[in-house]
Ligand binder design. Structure first.
Ligand SMILES: Cc1cc2nc3c(=O)[nH]c(=O)nc-3n(C[C@H](O)[C@H](O)[C@H](O)COP(=O)(O)OP(=O)(O)OC[C@H]3O[C@@H](n4cnc5c(N)ncnc54)[C@H](O)[C@@H]3O)c2cc1C
Length: 458
């Protein structure tokens, strides 16, 4: 039986795949998204528990320019929800208490997060000799330019919040590309960034951090509802192969095995799944995809009454440096950021634990995981009453870890498929791990296959 032909196939209904499909359907009819899950959104999931609105995956995101442009085109920007001004107060657990991260030069001068010596060290940054940031870890690069304390007390905790990773293993270039480029351009991060600020207008996203009115699961669902063809959920792509100008896509689902034919294919899955799907096209690319490391995370939602903690629940939340002796990676004060996420008289705390720092904790049974989080919160916030453990979500391969050679690896993977028109890759492993970066990777992948294909356009 011949395989039915569609205008484009997108593998994966995470934010990258949904963004790709919405972009593709601007020009192509019959865009089919395929995903084994029972709902669209990938790791973006929201649940309602005892009056709390709980995010099981990502919690907040920046709305960068490519994402904003797509949402405005599809009239979905109105569903975004900006965090309250409380979000500007972000803390690091330091010397047994929560200390606000300095957000201005004046605050930097006064912050106890850096010693007087470390602050003095910042002044000589423009005179530090240029190095090769493209081969260094974040820790090596920032220590060379800004000193050890900046790494330990500021950059390290920040990276824990984004990657659940280790600054000694993350690469400076994939993580802080603009800083590495500024050093190469101007011999100094500070001077390079100042010069860059005067270097012409760049497209802007929205200021501040965001969620969506009803949470990120419903947000993903509203993206999926804009698709003319509803996503094929409960179905998995097991492999693809070329057949002349087309891709033959093998799909397994509840109704058995089937095949689809399309000239355009976007693979928007995590790296290991992309390796499985594409191994028959390039074994070398699949081997490189398999090498991309991920950090595991357990995300534990806690409900608490303000009077049950000694340290007030105020602001964005806190991050814990790796030498603090506390396994907790950090905690977001979600009900402070987005009103309505907790019942009256309660706060919702979203705690992250595990990561590369303590991957073993992600596998703890629920009761032990809850006890660990409770003990860590007690040390940081001082518990006077028992918190409610509302939900625990485990992600064994949560966030990709771009090491020093990551950009070169992604370029090699792409080059292996350079002679395969109509195929493009998207997802958090290839262009930045955040929600907006994954979204942008989907838009870019769609444009890539649209640029290369010739028939079926509407
Ligand atoms: C716990 C956690 C907290 C996070 N917090 C934040 C945050 O606060 N802010 C932020 O910006 N980012 C955050 N991130 C990162 C961000 O959420 C992700 O990087 C981004 O959502 C990834 O989107 P994606 O589409 O690339 O991948 P995914 O969401 O993983 O989607 C990939 C999809 O591919 C599907 N798939 C897999 N195999 C196949 C197959 N064979 N056939 C068909 N489909 C397949 C999967 O079912 C999945 O739906 C967080 C991530 C996690 C896990």
């Amino acid at each position: 039986m011949s395989a039915p032909e569609v205008g484009a196939v997108v593998v994966g209904a995470g934010i990258a795949g949904l963004a790709a499909a919405l972009e593709l359907q601007q020009e192509v009819s019959e865009v089919l998204v395929i995903d084994p899950s029972d709902r669209p959104g990938g790791v973006m999931r929201t649940d309602h528990v005892n009056g709390y609105v709980i995010e099981r995956g990502p919690n907040t995101f920046q709305v960068k320019a490519p994402m904003l442009a797509s949402l405005q085109r599809d009239r979905l920007d109105g569903s975004l929800m900006k965090a309250t001004p409380a979000s500007r107060r972000r803390c690091v657990y330091h010397d047994g208490r929560l200390v606000p991260v300095p957000m201005s030069p004046a605050a930097l001068v006064g912050t106890p997060l850096l010693s007087a010596r470390a602050k003095g060290r910042l002044l000589i940054e423009p005179f530090v000799r240029r190095g090769n940031g493209s081969e260094e870890s974040v820790a090596a690069f920032l220590e060379r330019r800004l000193g050890r304390e900046v790494v330990r007390n500021l950059a390290g905790p920040f990276l824990t919040g984004v990657y659940a990773g280790d600054e000694e293993r993350l690469g400076a270039e994939p993580v802080f590309g603009p800083l590495v480029a500024a050093e190469q351009r101007a011999g100094s991060i500070v001077l390079g960034l100042i010069a860059g600020a005067f270097g012409g207008k760049k497209p802007k996203g929205l200021r501040g951090i965001h969620s969506a009115q009803k949470g990120l699961g419903p947000f993903a669902r509203s993206l999926a509802e804009l698709l003319v063809e509803p996503p094929a959920l409960g179905a998995r792509v097991s492999g693809v192969r070329r057949d002349g100008p087309d891709w033959l896509i093998s799909v397994s689902g509840a109704s058995g095995e089937s095949r689809l034919r399309s000239e355009r294919l976007v693979v928007a899955t995590p790296a290991r799944e992309a390796a499985e799907i594409l191994r028959g096209v390039s074994a070398d690319a699949a081997a490189e995809l398999d090498e991309i490391e991920y950090a595991p995370i357990a995300s534990v939602a806690i409900g608490i009454r303000p009077e049950d903690v000694t340290t007030p629940v105020e602001g964005f939340g806190f991050l814990v440096p790796k030498d603090a002796g506390i396994p907790l990676l950090g905690c977001l004060f979600m009900s402070q950021l987005f009103p309505g996420r907790a019942p009256e008289g309660h706060e919702l705390l979203q705690c992250m634990i595990g990561g590369l720092r303590r991957p073993d904790l992600v596998d703890l049974p629920d009761d032990q995981l809850a006890e660990q989080v409770r003990a860590d919160l007690d040390r940081v916030l001082g518990l006077k009453g028992a918190p409610d453990v509302l939900a625990a979500s485990r992600w064994q391969r949560a966030v990709p870890q771009p090491g020093p050679g990551h950009n070169a690896r992604v370029a090699r993977i792409r080059s292996r498929f350079a002679d395969q028109p109509g195929l493009a890759l998207a997802g958090s492993w290839c262009a930045g791990v955040s929600v907006p970066d994954s979204f942008a990777s989907g838009v870019a992948a769609a444009r890539e296959v649209l640029g290369g294909a010739s028939h079926g356009a509407r």
